[in-house]
Design a protein around this ligand. Structure first.
Ligand SMILES: [Zn+2]
Length: 339
């Protein structure tokens, strides 16, 4: 599975430009699916038909990653940009980026690197630029509208993995692995690889509207609170088990889905932890509010340093998320009765 994760993480796919990632995932899921479809926005659906009169479950992970889009080119060859998705300014300085055509550059800002030393406030997005080494505007082979992804090498640390874009290629890997392991289910399961999550869960919105699932389940990363003096009090720990989402800033999980996930985890001795995030959200928020409402929950892979160029995950957590998702999707009662 590590080879699959590496392959997914090393593929270019900022929001709106997920084509390469989709082509790669399609290769993996085509032999496992009963039906494959791509919608107008680029969401990829891989259906595994159920063997009974079960529910229609949409399990979704997003293919896109954060990036930068060029807004203006200066005569001297420097490129101004704005963010695609939530860009942490502190991660920009000195970071390398790569465009779809292979052009690579480094990010800096007006006033030079010295401006941020001493804890001064970081400049606004408009004061940053990308330098691709061009001596003038004429030398550039990228321009307004071109999209850069962050350069973020993948490292296998053994138990743990390091790499940017694990948000949410690790979720895509989990779905692919679950498709392999899911032998039989009473439910029609639509494994959904969504576009444009990072810019406001846009792909999941139309995916859920179009496919009309009874139950929605997002698989994404969630930040942990286990590094020294974390900014937010978060209970999640790296290596602490699959995270079952209770709530984040964008949604409250359907209690029946959440309880069913907990019951399945306990029954199979799968380590899990409950996730409550005071900020952020996932595709689950869009799925839940589709049409007349969808019973929706989420399973997360705990992650350190999300949206930075080196995120960290633990392989035990990945395995536990795959086990939980596989067990849940084959369970005859995916909605627990209310207490
Ligand atoms: Zn994500």
């Amino acid at each position: 599975m590590k080879a699959l994760i590496k392959q997914l993480v090393e593929t270019y796919g900022p929001s709106g430009f997920e084509d390469e990632v989709r082509a790669l995932i399609r290769q993996h899921v085509e032999p496992l699916a009963d039906d494959i479809q791509v919608d107008a926005m680029g969401n990829l659906f891989a259906l595994k038909r159920g063997e009974g009169s079960g529910r229609r479950i949409m399990a979704a992970a997003h293919m896109d990653e954060i990036g930068l889009i060029i807004t203006q080119v200066e005569d001297a060859g420097f490129l101004r940009f704005s963010g695609i998705g939530g860009i942490p300014h502190k991660a920009l300085l000195g970071t390398r980026v790569r465009f779809a055509n292979g052009v690579t550059g480094v990010i800096s800002h007006d006033g030079g690197a010295a401006a941020e030393i001493g804890g001064k406030e970081l400049p606004d997005m408009g004061q940053w630029f990308i330098d691709v080494g061009a001596r003038s505007k004429e030398e550039l082979t990228v321009g307004v509208g071109d999209i850069a992804a962050f350069v973020r090498p993948f490292d296998d640390l053994g138990q743990r993995l390091l790499g940017g874009g694990l948000d949410d290629r690790i979720g895509c890997a989990v779905l692919i692995e679950t498709m392999k392991r899911l032998e039989s289910s009473p439910h029609d399961v639509i494994f959904t690889f969504t576009v444009q999550e990072e810019v406001g869960v846009r792909g999941a919105r139309v995916a859920a509207f179009g496919r009309e699932p009874d139950i929605g389940l997002a698989v994404d990363v969630a930040p942990t609170g286990d590094t020294p003096h974390p900014r937010h009090p978060i209970a999640l720990k790296l290596g602490g088990g699959a995270a079952i989402k209770v709530a984040d800033a964008g949604m409250i999980s359907h209690p029946g889905v959440r309880r069913a996930l907990e019951r399945v985890a306990r029954a199979r001795d799968i380590p899990y932890q409950l996730e409550v995030l005071p900020f952020g959200s996932t595709d689950a928020a869009a799925m839940q509010a589709s049409r007349a409402g969808v019973m929706t929950g989420a399973i997360s892979i705990p992650s350190r340093y999300p949206h930075l160029t080196a995120e960290m995950i633990d392989m035990d957590d990945v395995e536990n998320v795959v086990r939980l998702l596989t067990a849940y999707l084959s369970d005859p009662n995916p909605i627990e009765n209310q207490e």
